[in-house]
Design a protein around this ligand. Structure first.
Ligand SMILES: [Mn+2]
Length: 343
């Protein structure tokens, strides 16, 4: 049976659900969780959303976000031994769930709904659609297929995931089908202007100062046409900024005419960097992320690497240059090495 239909049947059959998404939560992860929560509520089901980290302040406008529980709150509210259906949204691998991974172990049924091409298909039911611009669009399809009316609470969350995962429709070829979805969500009560403002133009002073420092560090390789941006712990401290304040900075590296790829190195703990990759045109950078044990999408991916900045930068840039000169050979190399790496 088609996975989408299987999921709708499972939703009708069961009564208790846990809804989770990946760590370092973003607009698509949150939007998918919240819209699914409202959908199940509409169907008369009991569901809990568990999210273990603080959500970025610019997503606080999302309807339903006050229903999010920490893992401790969830356990104190739900002490029954009843086994629930666990719905994992927008998450390519259980390792990306952090502490929430333990919830999957007790699941009576594990439902995996995602759009990452490298999804590990870890669920009992896997509905993975790499062509979908966001996971919220899959949730939208589910709600439609179930014949449930889209409420404004659902619409705002669904459109937010679509808007944020596509950088405000920049990283997607909008067509009449997608425009119809947007039209439907607007007619159901979502304000595109409000979502665009919160997602991209609602940033505290510390974040803008951090952006200034990041742009000051921007380096462009003319020969290989890629940008490098970095922020160290010191940069964050000097600006009084938090990790969430660096959201969207990687995109600036693609503004330069001719730039094919942007790399953003962010120091997350002493001696550890989170590297984000973005590309445009037809450049597929997922093999680079896989090479370093990470994952993501063809044009937006990332990985973590340990070491001091000069060494980490050297190591990554040499692989990037090699990849840009000859992408297929790196892909082959990745295939050979993939057995020994945890992607
Ligand atoms: Mn997504």
């Amino acid at each position: 049976m088609e996975a989408k239909k299987e999921i709708i049947e499972a939703f009708q059959l069961h009564n208790h659900f846990i809804i989770i998404s990946h760590q370092n939560i973003d607009g698509d992860g949150l939007g998918s969780m919240l819209a699914t929560f409202f959908f199940l509520k509409e169907e008369g089901k009991e569901s809990f959303m568990v999210q273990d980290e603080a959500i970025p302040y610019f997503y606080e406008f999302l309807p339903g976000k006050e229903e999010l529980l920490t893992l401790e709150e969830f356990y104190s509210l739900n002490s029954s031994s009843e086994r629930d259906v666990v719905i994992v949204l927008d998450c390519s691998h259980p390792d990306r769930l952090g502490r929430l991974k333990e919830l999957c172990n007790g699941a009576s049924l594990l439902v995996n709904i995602d759009h990452h091409p490298d999804n590990a298909r870890f669920g009992d039911i896997n509905w993975v659609v790499p062509d979908s611009p966001s996971s919220t669009l899959l949730v939208y399809e589910l709600i439609k297929e179930a014949g449930v009316k889209i409420s404004s609470d659902m619409a705002i969350n669904l459109l937010t995931g679509f808007v944020t995962d596509t950088g405000g429709f920049q990283f997607v070829d909008m067509d009449s089908r997608l425009l119809q979805v947007v039209e439907d969500l607007i007619n159901s009560g979502a304000s595109l202007a409000q979502i665009m403002r919160y997602a991209f133009h609602f940033r505290r002073l510390e974040a803008l100062k951090l952006l200034g420092r990041a742009l000051d560090h921007l380096f462009y390789d003319e020969d290989f046409r890629f940008s490098v941006i970095y922020l160290t712990k010191e940069d964050f401290e000097a600006c009084g900024a938090q990790e969430e304040d660096s959201e969207g900075i990687v995109d600036y590296g693609l503004y330069i005419p001719g730039a094919e790829l942007s790399l953003f190195f962010k120091e997350v703990e002493d001696g550890s960097f989170r590297v984000s990759l973005r590309s445009q045109e037809e450049r597929d950078i997922l093999p680079i992320a896989h090479y370093f044990g990470g994952g993501g999408h063809h044009k937006a991916a990332g990985f973590k690497i340990e070491g001091d900045f000069p060494r980490v930068k050297e190591e990554v840039l040499s692989v990037v240059r090699k990849f840009l000169s000859n992408p297929p050979s790196l892909t082959e190399e990745v295939k050979k090495e993939s057995a020994g790496r945890n992607t």
